[in-house]
Design a protein around this ligand. Structure first.
Ligand SMILES: [Zn+2]
Length: 707
């Protein structure tokens, strides 16, 4: 089906190609969309004409606004003032196709985004994960993101500096086996004595992509109307450059330096060489130059006589001017340009304030110079990205917005992934409405891969952020409703991302667990919601949306104390385990740890015993296939089956006025679906076995065969 004419004031070839590809992916009714060069009269499909056009007179719609009108007589008519507006309208048409039973509803929509910048901060993906990355970018486009802050570092081939790539690979290899890993309190960053952070060895999967591949990524993101803002960290967190150029480091005594010496000329020669190559590949309109968490200030003999404010100001201005000469805007992290006290409201100096830090290796205190006054001498066209979106306990949290507003800077709120922690980002609504807050970005500080997503509640904050940034109507108070909608979207989106499709017509057969189940007791308060959940009133059941078949679940559970054998005979296409873990094993560390592998998270195993005696093992891994019920979505390879999100309204008296703050607590059980590893093989039984020494137990609520 589908002939798509393309006419108007300018070509929409790229947008048309995108639409046809995605429409064929989204259409479940067996309809095929094809390109046509034919005239409008012949472009009717089942009576529906698709007409997408740019009309410059419709500039009133804004740079990404669109007008969509679908009528029985005229078909689908999408008008915008720009190709980006057409692209956003196409996302809406794709939504309508997704819900299509060979019919598209008649409607009229005029729409435009709330915020200009709707971003995601990602690492350049590993070479073998580029196709996955592009599917992620399809989803980002579908959910209205328009900006990718792409951390590049040494993960792109530098033809003028191949030594940077070589040293990077070697550095990442060393860090993977370094006692305690690169991050964390026992890892490399602490063992070097002085404080440093953000080693990010998962950029590029700890390796690098060749120029052709990075070029391909750039083109693909461009076709998805995702603006790439490459991040090439400068001054601080410059591990990527300094491993091959230790002579450029501010500290001579650190074998794994992260901070460069801004008094050396060769630093800028190398950096600008790399900037040039990044610009050749990505053709960016803006570049992110990092500069966060600069802690080694004025240490070396050349820098010792200079103030922190001067060093930072000179460094930023120099890089800014170089980028400006290339027609590129500068983006920078905010913290060293700002003064503020600790987020616990303890008054501790932070950000760009002067303070002492204790060097664990020399056992001496080091004076860290103030830097925040550099904000008064850097150009105001630098866009500031605020990574420290604090959690709202202190009214000081918003001071940084006033601070940068007073100095004429536009701000992008970074690290919007604070949305994941249940409490959300209090006052986010108000912050987003400020005129100098031009948008926000979520961050994934893990490998850009399936595994990286597995380790954080990535879907929650991505989908939530997409709503908050596109729609002015988003409200903190509706988050508990959003959670249900996100739960409903989650399984299918996850499968799309991983390129998984399900065979049609599967039937669900509940496995009888009654002989091995025990009632949940007073000792299981975290699981009481399973019995209390509205969906389970009467006949307890949970649903696999894509089979539309109820699966029986009781408010009882099989406790996998050491080992349990469950008779389960028959063939199966796949088998689903609805389960939870009794103890919250916490979140994974902030920065990369996917390389550590899932082994450490394995807490049990489901052994599939086949009739012919063959046994296939399915690991039960915390944060991957199972989770604690208070952790929303924190098990990437499982889907939400039972969800309960309570919202409690707290009243806070600030002394001037009282405000109501909603607090959402999510309880969730996940199901893990395992595809039969031996298609056609008949199952005899399932043995559930506990593994490892970690506290807690696996509670299995239901098992269902799909055949
Ligand atoms: Zn220096």
């Amino acid at each position: 089906m589908g002939l798509v004419p393309c006419h108007g004031d300018q070509s929409l070839t790229s947008e048309m190609d995108f639409f046809i590809r995605r429409a064929n992916e989204e259409s479940h009714a067996g309809i095929r969309f094809e390109k046509s060069e034919d005239s409008r009269q012949e472009s009717s499909v089942n009576g529906t004409v698709f007409e997408f056009s740019i009309e410059t007179k419709d500039w009133t719609l804004g740079p990404e606004g669109y007008h969509l009108r679908i009528t029985r007589d005229e078909g689908v008519r999408l008008v915008a003032g720009t190709s980006s507006g057409v692209f956003q309208g196409i996302q809406t048409v794709l939504r309508l196709i997704r819900n299509d039973d060979r019919r598209i509803p008649c409607l009229e929509i005029q729409d435009h985004p709330f915020k200009e910048v709707r971003g995601v901060h990602l690492y350049l993906p590993p070479a073998d994960g580029v196709e996955w990355f592009l599917r992620l970018c399809d989803l980002l486009a579908f959910y209205r993101f328009n900006t990718v802050y792409l951390e590049v570092g040494a993960a792109m081939e530098y033809r003028r500096h191949p030594e940077i790539n070589t040293a990077w690979v070697e550095f990442c290899r060393k860090m993977k086996t370094f006692p305690g890993g690169p991050e964390g309190d026992d890892g490399m960053r602490s063992q070097m004595g002085h404080f440093k952070d953000s080693v990010h060895i998962e950029v590029g999967g700890g390796a690098f992509l060749d120029r052709d591949m990075t070029q391909y990524i750039a083109e693909q993101l461009h076709a998805r109307h995702l603006e790439i803002i490459p991040e090439l960290q400068a001054l601080s967190h410059a591990y990527w450059m300094l491993q091959s150029h230790p002579e450029c480091a501010e500290r001579e005594d650190d074998p794994f330096p992260d901070t460069w010496c801004p008094s050396r000329e060769d630093v800028y020669q190398i950096y600008f060489d790399c900037v040039d190559e990044v610009v050749e590949v990505f053709r960016p309109r803006s570049m992110h130059i990092g500069h966060d968490e600069w802690y080694s200030i004025g240490i070396c003999p050349r820098c010792r006589s200079r103030s922190g404010n001067d060093i930072l100001g000179d460094d930023v201005v120099r890089i800014h001017d170089r980028l400006a000469s290339l027609g590129i805007k500068t983006v920078i992290w905010h913290d060293k340009l700002h003064f503020y006290s600790g987020k616990e409201d303890d008054g501790a100096a932070n950000g760009g304030m002067e303070r002492f830090q204790f060097n664990r290796r020399t056992r001496k205190a080091e004076w860290m110079r103030e830097t925040f006054r550099a904000a008064d001498r850097i150009p105001q066209d630098i866009r500031v990205m605020a990574w420290w979106l604090q959690t709202g306990e202190s009214p000081k949290d918003k001071e940084f917005l006033d601070y940068f507003q007073d100095r004429g800077f536009e701000i992008v709120l970074g690290n919007l992934d604070q949305l994941q922690y249940g409490i959300g980002v209090p006052e986010l609504e108000e912050m987003l409405r400020r005129p100098n807050v031009v948008g926000a970005a979520c961050s994934l500080w893990h490998e850009t891969s399936d595994a990286g997503f597995a380790l954080k509640d990535a879907w929650v904050y991505l989908l939530e952020a997409s709503r908050a940034l596109w729609s002015e109507c988003w409200s903190e108070a509706t988050r508990h409703l959003d959670m249900f909608e996100i739960a409903a979207l989650y399984p299918a989106e996850r499968d799309r991302l991983n390129g998984i499709s399900h065979p049609p017509g599967l039937r669900a057969r509940t496995v009888d667990l009654s002989d091995v189940m025990e009632s949940l007791s007073e000792d299981d308060p975290d699981f009481r919601f399973i019995a209390e959940e509205g969906m389970l009133v009467g006949v307890p059941e949970f649903h696999l949306e894509w089979t539309r078949t109820p699966m029986t679940c009781l408010p009882r559970a099989v406790r996998i104390g050491s080992a349990v054998r469950i008779p389960c005979e028959g063939t199966f296409e796949s088998i689903c385990f609805l389960h939870s873990y009794s103890v919250d094993l916490g979140m994974v560390p902030l920065h990369g740890c996917t390389y550590a592998g899932p082994e450490k998270d394995v807490i049990g195993v489901y052994r599939l015993v086949f009739e012919d005696g063959v046994i296939e093992e399915v690991p039960v891994a915390y944060s991957r296939t199972i989770s604690f019920p208070g952790r929303a979505f924190n098990a990437y390879h499982a889907d939400p089956a039972v969800l309960r999100a309570n919202t409690t309204i707290h009243t806070i008296d600030s002394g001037i006025s009282t405000v109501s703050v909603p607090e959402t607590s999510t309880r969730m059980a996940m199901y893990h679906r395992v595809i039969n590893p031996r298609p056609g093989g008949r199952l005899l039984a399932i043995e559930a076995v506990r593994k490892g020494e970690r506290p807690g137990e696996i509670l299995l609520f239901a098992v269902t065969r799909l055949e």
